[in-house]
Design a protein around this ligand. Sequence first.
Ligand SMILES: [Zn+2]
Length: 143
Amino acid sequence: MSRKSRRRNLHSDRLAKINRFYSPDEVQELYGICRNTLGNWVRTGLKHFEKDKRRLFRGDQLNHFHRDRRQRRKSPCGAYEIYCVSCGNKHSLLVGGVTAEHGRQRVRVEMACPEGSGRASKWIKSDAWADIQAEAMHNPDSE
Ligand SMILES: [Zn+2]
């Protein structure tokens, strides 16, 4: 994925008007995103409510969601986490489904994004991978 599209994954936290309500179509237009992306945002914590069977988003909650996301992006991943470009979240490496490709001193770990269709990967040191495997054995969520 190019650097440009990676940056586009983060949106301004001041774009929405705080006292306004937005329909899904308006949110998509405001951020220039597609319906799938909005669905991902909702799954990853964007708050919304329903009025007359229509989904609505509040401006201040949209801004809050993006502020949160930017901050999470800035804070470094923990040893057992991986940053996912596709959904903008960190995922635990302690769950099942992580594959490892061994280089000379480092290991490239990769996993499918649980929130969408993307994949997340990163290079880590071989001993860090050994730690993760040991930790995953004690993790009740692992398969
Ligand atoms: Zn993800």
